[in-house]
Design a protein around this ligand. Structure first.
Ligand code: XMP
Ligand code: MG
Length: 178
């Protein structure tokens, strides 16, 4: 896989250091609350796992899988739920954990959908933020890193389902996408 990589944007130790800080911040903010961490599959799975290890509170974890209609690198804003939560979030303090917010269309749909289920609160945590391509006003409460408008892979993020297992965030060589 190394031969496909053009540039590493965020190294492993940088990722882990920032995730530790986010975990500490979330620990302070959610003290005494009934926290449910919702992982958006599949991209956020590595991030959610490392983040939760740094949250020093009782919490539960649930998973949701959504797909946005469109090509593999472009979001369309039309979202389909492929896997719904296992448990009710009524009266819970919900923290949605995402890998990346790009146009924001997927997340704004998800936030509205979850808010309609009667939770006490809904907040959003993303590892990566690509503000340049935002198409909707979605409030992000916790951001790991803000990155330029490039398609990135690694640490959960894929291109055609590959590269998720790289322990860092990187950009692939142009010929790989063809
Ligand atoms: P929107 O545009 O709705 O998109 O905010 C969010 C989803 O789009 C995918 N996405 C990416 N996936 N590298 C990826 O591997 C990227 O650079 C990238 N940009 C957007 C991702 O699935 C995210 O949940
Ligand atoms: Mg993806």
């Amino acid at each position: 896989m190394e031969q496909d990589i053009r540039q590493i944007l965020i190294e492993t130790d940088e990722l882990q250091k920032r995730i530790k800080e986010l975990g500490q911040e979330i620990t302070r903010d959610y003290k005494g609350k009934d926290l449910v961490v919702i992982c958006v599959l599949k991209g956020a799975v590595m991030f959610m796992s490392d983040l939760c290890k740094n949250i020093d509170l009782p919490l539960s974890i649930d998973f949701m899988a959504v797909s946005s209609y469109g090509s593999s690198t472009q979001s369309s804003g039309v979202v389909r739920i492929l896997k719904d939560l296992d448990s009710s979030i009524e009266d819970k303090d919900v923290l949605i954990v995402e890998d990346i917010i790009d146009t924001g269309l997927t997340l704004s749909y998800l936030v509205e959908n979850l808010k309609s289920r009667g939770p006490k609160s809904v907040k959003l945590c993303t590892l990566l933020n690509k503000p340049e391509r935002r198409k909707t006003d979605v409030k992000v409460d916790y951001i790991g890193f803000t990155i330029p408008d490039e398609f990135v892979v690694g640490y959960g993020l894929d291109f055609n389902e590959k590269y998720r297992n790289l322990p860092y965030i990187c950009v692939l060589k142009e010929e790989v996408y063809k």
